[in-house]
Ligand binder design. Structure first.
Ligand SMILES: [Zn+2]
Length: 282
């Protein structure tokens, strides 16, 4: 009887070790994934390869963000390499506060624009408390992420922290991985789009994270004509009080033959990038 018990315990232990090792191997060799998390009315995008992550924004709720990170990040991984906080609005940073409380953050790239709100204060406090390196992002900065490269497209120059309305100072990034490209635009509006067009940066991309949840003050014709995306991803909450996304923007995409993917309709939207020679696919 005693022997049988010992035998079963050993078997269970071996099975657990085997499961753990196979999981870690599968994570280690995993493909690059770009996940537009369905966080309701806000933005949160997880860029992940194996146990490395870049998180762009954290959505409006700590609880929702933690559930999403728990779902996609490897179980034993408690570190997010880089967080990009596009701008200090609650629907972009509230979830980041909770993420910073629960994960070790390598560094933060953010706009110079600040905001006089409780959630922004909490965000600054947790970064200070954990002594997280924080860098003001500006055009020309680059982050390498395994075989992908991420380039900062906007803001064009240092930003006055007391600027007030920060949408147009959102951090805009471009990700290139072989044949595929993504453009993440935060909540920029037409004036920032014009600055980007004037800068002459290459913004031609396959997948566009639509600026400001599909607001009518963003995504001008001229901007869209330069991006020429195949897919437009709109991160938006069901029946939100802002009327996002607006009909006029949806029409613009339809007229140009751009496929619209909305988080309020599809939930999390996951692009998998299997090889540099092929396009990333849902
Ligand atoms: Zn927003």
């Amino acid at each position: 009887m005693q022997n049988r018990k010992l035998y079963l315990i050993t078997l269970a232990a071996l099975a657990a070790i085997f499961a753990y090792l196979s999981y870690q191997i599968s994570v280690g060799v995993g493909h690059l994934q770009i996940i537009f998390l369905d966080v309701g009315q806000g933005d949160s995008i997880l860029i992940q390869k194996g146990t490395k992550q870049i998180l762009i924004d954290g959505g409006p709720s700590g609880k929702v963000e933690m559930a999403k990170l728990g779902k996609y990040m490897p179980y034993f991984d408690n570190e997010i390499d880089v967080v990009i906080a596009t701008h200090p609005d609650k629907d972009h940073i509230a979830g980041l506060v909770e993420a910073a409380r629960n994960y070790k953050i390598g560094k933060v790239l953010t706009t110079g624009a600040g905001k006089n709100t409780e959630v922004y204060k909490e965000w600054k406090e947790i970064l200070d408390y954990n002594k997280v390196e924080t860098i003001e992002a500006m055009r020309g900065d680059k982050i390498s992420f395994d075989d992908a490269e991420i380039k900062i497209i906007h803001p064009q120059a240092l930003v006055d922290p007391a600027i007030g309305e920060a949408n147009n100072k959102s951090v805009v990034t471009r990700l290139d991985f072989g044949e595929s490209s993504f453009l993440f635009t935060g909540d920029i509006e037409s004036s920032a789009e014009n600055e980007i067009l004037e800068s002459g940066e290459n913004i031609d991309a396959d997948i566009l994270k639509v600026a400001h949840h599909g607001s009518k003050y963003s995504t001008t014709d001229a901007f869209l004509d330069k991006v020429t995306p195949k897919d437009a991803v709109i991160s938006v909450g069901k029946n939100n009080s802002y009327g996002h996304p607006t009909e006029i923007i949806l029409e613009e995409f339809k007229n140009k033959g751009v496929e619209i993917l909305r988080t309020d309709e599809k939930g999390d939207i996951i692009y998998k990038c299997k090889s540099q020679n092929a396009k990333c696919k849902i």
